[in-house]
Design a protein. Sequence first.
Length: 142
Amino acid sequence: MSVMTIPMEYRQASADFDRFILDARDTAGLQTTNQAYAMVQAVLQTFRRRLEISEALIFANALPPVLRAIFVADWDLEEPTVPFSGRVAMTREVQAFRGNHNVSPDSAIADVAAALRRNIDEAKLDRVLVRLPQGAVDFWRA
């Protein structure tokens, strides 16, 4: 009988996420990892709103397990997609997420993009982004 080993990305998921969230916190100049989590969640959901389900799943597969879970959590599959817009408009959308519980800076999208790129396989991310709608590559530009 052959036994499948647990993939390292799952064994290391918590440690990898902790490293990422600290990086995102520090990059954005936030005080706490709770603030960083709200920012990351808002950025991921702002991006997700611009993708069809099949596109979002392609993107999710480029993310490490915990970020993948955050990306797909609480998804209203009936919500219509919206087009990519300018960075300022999408940043305002990020900042409006959860209202008073969100202190995302004006640089939130770039900050999360920079932290993401430092903490995952950047080449894999770039290969995925070019398969997504126009605007996806620019969204994840640090």
